[in-house]
Ligand binder design. Structure first.
Ligand SMILES: [Zn+2]
Length: 408
């Protein structure tokens, strides 16, 4: 099955997503809603886009839905994927709770709630309970129109196999086939991704299309980043792109890290590190929630620690921002709600980056807040479902004209 949800894992033209897959992806996320927009976004000739869209319409993968007035031009036909009212259910998993909701094609998140989720119970138990919640959501929106299930996980994921790999914060989950389990349970395609990538994709989908290069930094118990390059998620050679949490920094000395190494950024700048640091200094802190509460109340000790963490994070981030030259850095995760931390990250970036890099750089909180990961997971699920449908339509239509492929 072609993976259209990200840049291909392996290099080589045969793995490049087809133009049809890219068109579906942009329509599904709501970024491209007309032939004109699609042609602009993909840098393709309008006639080529029109042909591809017509093929998708003929195969029932895309529908035209009325028209929308465009500024100064004639009305454009609005495109959307699928037949009618299809949707995906999604969940963003944390240590003790999960955020669940429904994602509609075209980029709408609805029916969002937070439910208990005990990740430490292991995958079979925890997922079984979560599946009941998601099943109830699907029933409410019309079970027969459910097209995909998306999961955002707080650990590394092998996206091809849908298997969690060496998750330091998910005991018992290593090598568990999460995607296969969900597909079996729901009978629809499942997409499983790590949380920072889900957040990057969710936030990117609702931002102006001019923003094409961005880094999403999730600052929670751990630190993760998701990278959007040329408008698409960039996963790197082995899916580990953006994993800055285990970059070693001098300030971390020989503090042991969850990865087995010492001196990682995570040991001095993450939420877990802040809990440890403040406890060592005698503060009444049991959890990350306590840290956030103290810092929000402007407790001097907590504020100092949070600012220092932001400074360390900003130092590591500045090297990456210099290297990648993004137009936007989004800050997400619970710690991004703390102004002293955000201010410290921002000042380190301006201090540590070349003026050419920061001249037009936007640094801001993720506008989707706590929903970015959930929304991204739902978009991945819809993309996975569309890829499946595109594959099936191509397989079952022998003799029909092949879709145009990119770069051939
Ligand atoms: Zn580490």
């Amino acid at each position: 099955m072609p993976d259209i949800s990200a840049a291909p894992h392996r290099s080589g033209a045969k793995d490049a997503p087809s133009l049809a897959a890219r068109v579906l992806e942009l329509i599904a996320s709501g970024q491209g809603t007309s032939r004109t927009e699609l042609a602009e976004l993909l840098g393709a000739a309008p006639s080529t886009i029109s042909l591809t869209v017509s093929q998708l319409v003929n195969r029932g993968l895309v529908a035209e839905q009325g028209t929308r007035a465009s500024t100064g031009g004639r009305p454009r036909k609005v495109l959307r994927i699928g037949a009618t009212d299809e949707f995906a259910v999604a969940a963003d998993l944390g240590g003790g709770h999960a955020r669940v909701g429904v994602v509609l094609p075209g980029g709408e998140l609805t029916d969002v709630s937070t439910v208990p989720f005990a990740i430490a119970d292991g995958p079979e138990t925890a997922l079984s309970r979560l599946a009941e919640t998601l099943e109830a959501l699907a029933e409410r929106h019309g079970r027969d129109r459910l097209r995909g299930v998306g999961l955002s996980l707080p650990g590394p994921v092998d996206v091809e196999s849908g298997v969690v790999t060496l998750p330091s914060r998910m005991p018992g989950w290593n090598k568990f086939p999460v995607a296969a389990w969900l597909t079996e349970r729901f009978g629809v395609p499942a997409a499983v991704e790590n949380d920072a990538n889900c957040m990057a994709v969710g936030e990117h989908a609702i931002q102006p299309v001019e923003r094409r290069q961005s880094i999403m930094v999730k600052i929670g118990s751990a630190i993760g980043t998701g990278i959007i390059a040329d408008g698409r998620l960039y996963r790197g050679a082995t899916g580990a792109a953006g994993d800055i949490t285990h970059v070693r920094i001098d300030a971390a000395g020989d503090i042991p890290c969850s990865c087995g190494n010492t001196g990682c950024l995570e040991t001095v700048a993450s939420g877990a590190a802040l809990v440890r640091i403040l406890r060592e200094r005698g503060a009444a802190v049991e959890s990350l929630g306590d840290v956030v509460r103290l810092a929000s109340d402007a407790d001097p000790q907590a504020t100092r620690a949070v600012r220092q963490a932001g400074s360390y994070l900003g130092t590591v981030l500045s090297a990456n921002v210099n290297f990648f030259n993004p137009d936007t850095v989004y800050l997400g995760g619970i710690l991004s709600t703390l102004e002293p931390l955000v201010a410290a990250v921002r000042s380190q970036l301006y201090e540590g980056c070349h003026p050419l890099v920061t001249e037009h750089l936007t640094i801001e909180r993720a506008s989707l807040g706590a929903d970015a990961g959930l929304f991204g997971a739902g978009l991945f699920a819809l993309q996975r479902a569309m890829a499946r449908a595109l594959h099936d339509a191509t397989e079952t239509a022998p003799g029909s004209a092949p879709f145009h492929a990119f770069g051939h």
